[in-house]
Design a protein around this ligand. Structure first.
Ligand SMILES: Cc1cc2nc3c(=O)[nH]c(=O)nc-3n(C[C@H](O)[C@H](O)[C@H](O)COP(=O)(O)OP(=O)(O)OC[C@H]3O[C@@H](n4cnc5c(N)ncnc54)[C@H](O)[C@@H]3O)c2cc1C
Length: 458
């Protein structure tokens, strides 16, 4: 295709068409993961639903491969392609909150920080991602895990309906009553079935002040801490959600200078209930061993939602592997500690997410998302600021992931990297994978939307 913007699209398009000659081309082809460098033929920055429809129809007629971009945070960079058309929903940023009905609608380019800010103005929230610049769209379509999941379920459990542009360029609604098969597939199987232009979420009262934040221990206390933690969370109420992180202590303002760069074990908490109750629940953890930093305090929920932002900025090089495990058995703990001790990049870390609670009480067949009965999700992140040393971090991730392999139960599809068809099958399990193939045949028989964790049509 020529680098000139095709008139077939430009005549009706309201947004911006960015080809390789456009001054903003390099900015707009960038995705969050700096290790991804692709050069699409054209980027269609859509202003609304009509632009999305026009872009889909144009790509079909021109025989162009299509990548769909929400927030651009796909670990393997699935929202940008070489030589094809990127349908970029970034400019579609409208958020509307109905505080009486306790619902919010978000267009497909909205980021989590924007949605949280709008809903928290009314003391409301929906379960969302824990880094503010992640896209609402891609995160929701994979399932959506976050600080509120044990109290209120996954993001998809709060989804009321979605507006979808299909592979034929039609506009349809998906909800429990309209196109319920599509609604089932959208809740966990990503962008396989169409382009969502708008989401409607149910909201719940949250905060706006919550008891939340990290507590740090020296790495030497990690084996005992993890055993204590295992027993402590067994009795935890749904309001409590925790993430365990091992890493070198970051050089951030709230971390004492003498800790910077030292390996630490961290338990980050969020109590989505009254502060005094939270203090009682968290007290035993705070009393365990000898923490070197306790930053788990009452704070605005939106501040807590940005806690991890400095650790995952745009443009660094990231390599991930992930797996779910049933429990933190002694063997899992031993593997965890052994690999934590080998962390040698100040950017590398590995969150272990606590599951259970409300998300586990939804029937496994209710949505395409799989893995509700798992105990924890490991998210192994090998990170460098650029190419230097990246291969070594990737190797650390792969070795760690392989060591955990006997304990894998499932994997969260949004945490997949480059595991291909095998990883996708593991994410859904054989029965759901077959059901998704049939659904794909109905909604996208030509596999027009294939730059995603792809389910080929049955
Ligand atoms: C820093 C960071 C923090 C994260 N934190 C969390 C977290 O707290 N909880 C969690 O569950 N996950 C988290 N994730 C994983 C996240 O859910 C996925 O990376 C997700 O794909 C990001 O969505 P996005 O819209 O930003 O990505 P994009 O790269 O834009 O899209 C990801 C995939 O979704 C498809 N897609 C995007 N928008 C649409 C649309 N409107 N319609 C149809 N398909 C679409 C794309 O084609 C692509 O295949 C995090 C990721 C990062 C990088």
């Amino acid at each position: 295709m020529s680098t000139r913007v095709p008139s077939a699209l430009s005549e009706s398009f309201q947004g911006e068409l960015v080809g390789p000659d456009h001054p903003g081309y390099d900015e707009h082809r960038k995705v969050w993961n700096g290790s991804i460098d692709r050069r699409p033929a054209l980027i269609a920055r859509c202003a609304g639903v009509a632009d999305v429809v026009a872009a889909v129809r144009f790509a079909r007629e021109a025989g162009l491969e299509v990548a769909v971009r929400g927030g651009g945070h796909s670990f393997p960079g699935l929202s940008v392609c070489d030589g094809g058309l990127v349908i970029d929903l970034g400019p579609m940023r409208d958020v509307r909150v109905d505080p009486q009905a306790r619902t919010a609608t978000a267009q497909a380019g909205v980021l989590w920080g924007e949605l949280d800010r709008a809903t928290q103005a009314h003391g409301l929230a929906t379960t969302g991602g824990i880094v503010t610049h992640t896209g609402v769209a891609g995160l929701t379509l994979g399932g959506g895990i976050g600080w509120l999941q044990r109290k209120h379920g996954l993001t998809i459990d709060r989804l009321v309906c979605a507006d979808v542009v299909t592979a034929d360029g039609d506009v349809v609604k998906a909800s429990a009553t309209e196109n319920p098969d599509l609604f089932w597939g959208l809740r966990g199987a990503g962008g396989n079935f169409g382009i969502v232009t708008e989401f409607e979420f149910r909201l719940d009262p949250v905060g706006p002040t919550v008891l939340a934040g990290p507590i740090f221990w020296p790495i030497e206390q990690s084996p005992d801490l993890l055993r204590f933690y295992r027993d402590w969370i067994a009795e935890a109420p749904d309001e409590l959600m925790t993430i365990v992180v091992h890493r070198q202590a970051p050089a951030l303002d709230f971390v004492p200078r003498e800790l910077h760069g030292k390996l630490v074990a961290i338990v980050a908490c969020c109590y989505a209930g009254p502060i005094e109750e939270g203090e009682k629940v968290v007290r035993p953890l705070k009393g365990f061993g000898s923490p070197v930093l306790d930053a788990c305090v009452p704070k605005p929920y939106v501040d807590h939602q940005s806690m991890f932002d400095p650790s995952f900025p745009h443009g660094w090089w990231y390599y991930f592997r992930a797996c779910d495990v049933a429990e933190l058995s002694d063997d899992v703990i031993d593997i965890t500690v052994a690999h934590a001790l080998r962390i040698d990049s100040p950017r590398t870390s590995f969150p272990i997410w606590q599951l259970g609670g409300a998300l586990a009480r939804v029937d496994e067949d209710e949505t395409a998302f799989q893995g509700r009965s798992a105990g924890h999700t490991f998210n192994l992140s090998g990170v460098t600021e650029g190419p230097d040393g990246f291969d070594a971090q990737r190797e650390w991730v792969r070795t760690f992931w392989s060591a955990l392999e006997p304990h894998h139960t499932s994997v969260y599809v949004n945490f997949l990297m480059d595991e291909g068809d095998e990883g996708i099958r593991r994410a859904y399990g054989p029965a759901k994978y077959e059901r998704l193939k049939q659904l794909k045949r109905r909604w996208d028989p030509d596999n027009f939307f294939h730059l995603n964790q792809n389910i080929p049509p049955g």
